[in-house]
Structures are given as C-alpha cells and as structure tokens.
Design a protein around this ligand. Structure first.
Ligand code: YS5
Length: 302
C-alpha cells in the first residue's frame, strides 16, 4: 500500500516535470536576445514615418471613391471644360483615386521589411544559413512578420493601427485606398483583434515572430533540417516560457492558440499574394512600389 503511494507520487512528480519544464539558462538568454533584437528594430515612437511619402486620403465622399467615371469626375469637380493632361489615360485617373494611399503604405511596408531583416539577422542560427535560404525564408515570411509586429500599433479602441498622430493612423478604409479588397481586410482586422486578446508577453510576441520566420516548409528552402532544428528550439523555449512564466489562469491553451495564429497567417499571406499581384499590375506609377518591395513580393513587369 505504502509502496503504491510512493510510486504514485513519483509518477506525479515526473509528470509535473514534463508539464512545467524549467526555463533553462540558455533559453533565458535566447529570449533576452530576441527581445533586444526586436527593441532595436521596432521604434515605438514611429518617428521615421514622416520620411515616407505622405498619406493621401480621399475625402471619403462617394464621388471620391467613384473610379468608374474618372473623366466625368474630374470635369464635374473642376472649373475646366477640358480634361487635364495628366488624366489623359482613364486608368491613371482611376488609379489616382483608388491607389491614393499606396505610396505611403508601400513605403511603410518597405521600411518594415528592412526592420524585419535586421531582426532576422540577430536571431541565433539565421546568419549560419546559406544566403539562398535566408532569402527564401524572408521572402515567404516578410508579410506575416509585418502583420505580427503591426499588432503592437493596433488598438481595439477603434480597430486601427495608430502610429502617433492622426496622419499615421490607419483604418480599414485607408488600406482599401491602397487597393486591397474588403475580403482580405476583414480577416486582417479580425486577426489583429484576436492577437490583441491573447495579450502576449513581449517574450511570447518575439518568439512567435522568430518561429514564423524559421518555417522549414517555405518554398525554395534547401536545408530544411537546419531550419526545423532552430524552429523546434524556439517552440520548445516558447512552451517552457508559457509553462513557467505565464499566469495559470491565462495560459490555458495559449501555446495552441499561438500555433493557430501561424496557420491563419498562412492564409492571409496567400490572399495577400493574389491581391498584391493585382495591385502591382494596376499601379500605373511603378515608382509607387519601392524596389525592395518588388524584390520581396515580386515584380510582375520584370
Ligand atoms: C505599423 C507599425 O506597427 C509598424 C512599424 C509595422 O511594421 C507596420 C505597421 C502597420 C501595418 C499595417 C497596417 C496598415 C496596412 C498594412 C501596411 C499593414 C501591414 C500590411 C498592410 C498593407 C496595406 C499591405 C499592402 C501591400 C503590401 C505589399 O499588399 C501593398 C502595398 C496589405 C497586406 C494585407 C494582408
């Protein structure tokens, strides 16, 4: 009887060890490195945003969004009787209205890609990959990591990304003026709301971005095993962190929920690729899309 009780205790003890692993010193260091990498590449004052091409928002009136009658619109809205030279092409006139936020948001995304690259280079294991694999991982995950990091500026108060002043507050309507359809933006905003509700610690937030980057199943990756190894080490660290540091009441299923977010990001990424292709073809002013953006997301005219 006594033996049985002792046995049971022993089993319970070892079970507890499995479920509440310790944060190893090495894992602590990894987390500290990731947090520092993120802080160095995410400026929460958003002071660089004034260097982007300025945001242009339509007046929000139905006329302004009317892209089907660009010639009529320009004649009705001006004192001139003739079409202005710049609007000689209907497509251009329509693009002027429809893609008015594109230059600013494209600059924001290009800037964000540079920051994501800086973050990636500070993740232990990334620089050790061959350049081709580094490029494959970045190309495939850039938009997902940008969506993840943007959660920091997202607020549930008015479902906007608020980066300082009103000028740099982005609402659904603004993103529509960069050419994206509501179909994509609704899930994007829902994703942000659900992410916000997870109320992640900074450690969890940065680990999730790193795990997203080190996905071995991205197209073109040669050394899948190496990528998988790093990813497994990151996920193990995340599990350990949640188990020891996250308050019991909120850690319920947290790891599972975070992994689910990675799946949702895949589908946002896929839908984004389709809409990006469309936008990059519609963008009459090719300068609207910075070279880095064309390189990472693809250049349809190349
Ligand atoms: C703000 C801030 O948190 C920060 C420093 C982040 O890096 C980026 C920030 C916000 C990101 C947002 C909010 C506005 C709309 C953005 C910029 C979104 C991330 C992506 C999205 C874009 C409009 C893209 C547009 C794009 C990118 C190639 O397709 C064409 C220009 C829409 C992506 C929809 C999934």
């Amino acid at each position: 009887r006594k033996k049985e009780i002792i046995m049971k205790r022993k089993l319970e003890d070892s079970a507890r060890e499995v479920h509440t692993p310790q944060l190893l010193e090495e894992q602590e260091r990894l987390i500290a490195t990731l947090i520092e990498a993120h802080r160095k590449t995410y400026d929460a004052s958003y002071s660089d945003f004034s260097q982007f091409r300025p945001p242009k928002r339509g007046d929000g009136s139905p006329e302004c969004r009317n892209a089907t009658n660009p010639f009529l619109m320009s004649l009705l809205n001006s004192d001139m009787d003739e079409l202005p030279k710049a609007s000689a092409s209907g497509a251009e006139a329509a693009a002027g209205d429809e893609l008015s936020m594109l230059p600013h948001l494209a600059d924001l995304v290009s800037y964000s890609i540079q920051k994501v690259i800086g973050f990636a280079k500070m993740i232990p294991g990334f620089k050790e990959l061959c350049t081709e694999d580094q490029i494959s991982l970045l190309k495939a995950s850039a938009i997902e990591i940008i969506i993840l990091r943007s959660n920091e500026s997202f607020t549930m108060e008015d479902n906007s990304w608020t980066c300082g002043s009103n000028e740099f507050k982005y609402q659904i309507g603004d993103v529509m003026q960069a050419g994206h359809k509501l179909e994509l933006l609704e899930p994007l905003v829902k994703f942000q709301v659900n992410m916000k509700k997870l109320d992640l610690h900074e450690a969890e937030h940065v680990l999730l971005m790193a795990i997203c980057l080190f996905s071995p199943d991205r197209p073109g990756v040669q050394d899948r095993c190496r990528v998988e190894e790093v990813q497994e080490h990151l996920t193990e660290t995340l599990r350990a962190y949640i188990a020891c540091r996250h308050p019991l009441s909120c850690k319920h299923m947290l790891y599972t929920k975070m992994v689910e977010k990675l799946t949702e990001l895949r589908s946002l990424n896929e839908e984004h690729s389709k809409q990006y292709l469309q936008i990059s073809q519609d963008a009459v002013n090719k300068e609207d899309l910075p070279p880095l953006l064309l390189e990472v997301f693809g250049n349809p005219t190349a």
